[in-house]
Design a protein around this ligand. Structure first.
Ligand SMILES: NC(=O)CC[C@H](N)C(=O)O
Length: 316
């Protein structure tokens, strides 16, 4: 008999709220440094239609690199598998903003979830559009997936990153020198900063991730958002690359695909069962939410959720 998810989530949220060791908020984006490290929220959107939320699950936070799941999905829809000529599919084993590998690999980033790869994906989305239109397309796609048009862009966060994103400027210009950024680097970066600055609550983010738990289908309408093959491949990349150089450890501890952001959010997918969003802004040494990772590990264990389990079963 599967554990009762309501009870499990109540216990996890209470334990996380009380923990003193919460990690450190990101400070390199000044606006993120202002966020209260005491926050913790979690929301689980089950495939049976239930949504269970605990803690600060209604407070919007900066989704940052979690947005890379949605931009990758859009870019694959736009250019299909030709995307893989410009970005790889291997874990980087390096920090999210590393520049070292790019020289060896001649401007082709390791995967779409490190900054360099996501900037290439953004460059793809910019083709045929003005930056403002590309930003609007990304935002509307996320609103559509979440069934919620109140999802918004926090322009203060975007401006904060625009003012301090020197490392990303270097990455984009370096890739431009290899021809793997095709627009003016500042245009690609402008779109990138804005999609990273999308603000969502755990509830909204869990809802937006449902198409991955539903094998590519929109949870409400049943219409195909992406093919099941593509949904599985996006999930595979989340498992192998979604937590930068902490991806192996996340797969080891949690055992389901997840994508983290430096705002402290993590989107997790239990295929066929649930989409989960967790948020706690304090980060661990790899730049992933400290308590978010711990909470997901506890949840996956209590519910026996793992893509490596012989059969993943929904809760009672
Ligand atoms: N890991 C992250 O969430 C990084 C995203 C952030 N916008 C950056 O470019 O640095």
């Amino acid at each position: 008999m599967a554990a009762d998810i309501e009870t499990v989530l109540t216990e996890i949220a209470a334990e996380m709220a009380a923990r003193p060791d919460r990690g450190d908020v990101a400070t390199y984006i000044p606006q993120l440094a202002k966020v209260d490290v005491g926050r913790f929220g979690i929301a689980v959107a089950l495939n049976d239609g239930r949504l269970i939320a605990r803690g600060d699950a209604e407070i919007p936070f900066s989704i940052q690199s979690v947005s890379k799941v949605f931009t990758l999905t859009l870019a694959l829809g736009k250019v299909g598998d030709t995307l893989w000529r410009r970005v790889g599919r291997e874990p980087s084993g390096n920090p999210f903003n590393s520049i070292i590998q790019l020289e060896h690999e001649r401007g082709i980033p390791r995967n779409p979830f490190i900054n360099a790869g996501a900037i290439v994906v953004t460059d793809v989305l910019l083709s045929g559009h003005q930056p403002r239109e590309a930003i609007g397309e990304i935002l509307r796609f996320i609103q559509f997936l979440a069934d919620d048009d109140t999802v918004y862009i926090d322009h203060q966060v975007a401006a904060s990153e625009q003012a301090t994103g020197f490392r990303n400027v270097a990455l984009a210009n370096y890739m431009r020198s290899f021809g793997n950024i095709t627009h003016a680097p500042e245009m690609a970066l402008g779109v990138y900063y804005h999609h990273c600055a999308i603000a969502m609550s755990c509830r909204q983010l869990a809802l937006a991730g449902r198409f991955l738990a539903h094998d590519g289908r929109h949870a409400e309408t049943g219409h195909s958002v992406v093919s099941s093959e593509r949904a599985r491949r996006i999930s595979a990349l989340m498992l192998t690359c979604g937590h930068y150089d902490g991806s192996g450890d996340f797969a080891f501890r949690v055992g389901v695909p997840g994508k983290s952001g430096v705002g402290g959010g993590i989107l997790c997918v239990v295929p066929g069962v649930a989409s989960i969003a967790v948020w706690s802004p304090g980060l661990n040494e790899n730049g992933n939410s400290k308590l978010g990772s711990i909470a997901l590990e506890k949840l996956a264990k209590a519910m026996n959720w793992s893509i490596f389990a012989p059969k993943v079963s929904p809760p009672a």
